[in-house]
Design a protein around this ligand. Structure first.
Ligand SMILES: O=C(O)[C@H](CS(=O)(=O)O)OP(=O)(O)O
Length: 276
């Protein structure tokens, strides 16, 4: 359950739709992407928005370009607020391509990262390797998050393959499976080049996925966040949220913005409209 920000506010004003701070709510995870924030900006982000952030991804390989003292302080600060912090999946893929898997994982542990993202968006990975990494990551103490989807080339989404991959990942202990959406929110996963949703693919995933609550949708654009919230409810897991939008997204989740304010009177109105 999310922290109440202040007892000056009546609970119904903090969450007028009743889906976030009420007893049934608060499970939807938010993953924010940090592409190289300076220490003050990172500290500001957590000072302001930590209650609304579950995970921080230090995008792609930016961690290695961050001065050690700043990196260590980001990791410590995130963990002190109960936030999972991990590098971008591309960084792991690069390490694998260089034959540096052991060194990479050991370095993440030594630095104190508590999350590990396993993806194959840029380089192919066998099922065997993916499974081995999921188990190895957990053995090393990481919370493992996997990702599905290719980054370049506009490859069509194969629903059956996604469902099979996600199901095995989760059985092996992955906490969540992220649906690729890129930082741009276009030309990957369930998004067309213009950022609009491939609704048929999206519906097929919902119909075929045994554990849809274990999917995190990368949704950097506001229209994508609104669609997913209206369709799947305030507690859908959303990723690749820009650091500027962490609090704004929480307002959307709670029905404190025009796009979702309708939930206050009828929480399921738009859900039904979108899916039928
Ligand atoms: O951070 C990464 O490695 C990338 C970011 S993007 O897709 O290149 O914008 O995402 P990931 O989802 O972690 O593979």
């Amino acid at each position: 359950m999310r922290e109440a920000q202040s007892d000056r506010w009546h609970p119904a004003l903090q969450d007028p739709a009743g889906g976030r701070t009420g007893t049934a709510g608060g499970t939807g995870k938010t993953m924010v992407m940090d592409k190289g924030l300076g220490p003050s900006a990172f500290s500001d982000l957590l000072h302001m928005s930590a209650p609304y952030i579950d995970m921080i991804k230090l995008g792609f390989g930016t961690a290695v370009l961050t001065p050690d003292d700043i990196l260590l302080s980001k990791i410590d600060h995130a963990k002190s607020r109960g936030i999972l912090i991990m590098t971008g999946g591309t960084f792991l893929e690069t390490a694998l391509a260089l034959g540096l898997q052991n060194e990479f994982l050991a370095q993440l542990r030594q630095l104190g990262f508590n999350g590990l993202e396993i993806s194959d968006g840029s380089f192919p990975m066998t099922r065997k390797k993916r499974s081995e990494l999921i188990l190895r990551g957990q053995d090393m103490g990481f919370t493992v998050i996997t990702e599905y989807g290719k980054k370049l080339g506009g490859q069509p989404l194969t629903i059956g393959h996604f469902v099979e991959t996600a199901t095995i990942d989760l059985e092996l202990g992955a906490e969540l499976v992220i649906m690729e959406g890129r930082e741009s929110g276009s030309g990957a996963g369930v998004y067309n080049e213009d950022g609009s949703l491939k609704e048929q693919d999206f519906r097929s995933i919902l119909q075929s996925m045994p554990l849809p609550d274990k999917v995190m949708w990368e949704a950097p654009r506001k229209e994508q966040q609104v669609f997913l919230l209206q369709t799947l409810g305030p507690n859908v897991h959303l990723g690749n949220i820009s650091f500027q939008d962490a609090t704004a997204l929480e307002a959307l989740r709670r029905g404190l913005r025009g796009d979702t304010a309708c939930w206050v009177e009828n929480p399921t109105a738009d859900m039904e409209g979108k899916l039928n």
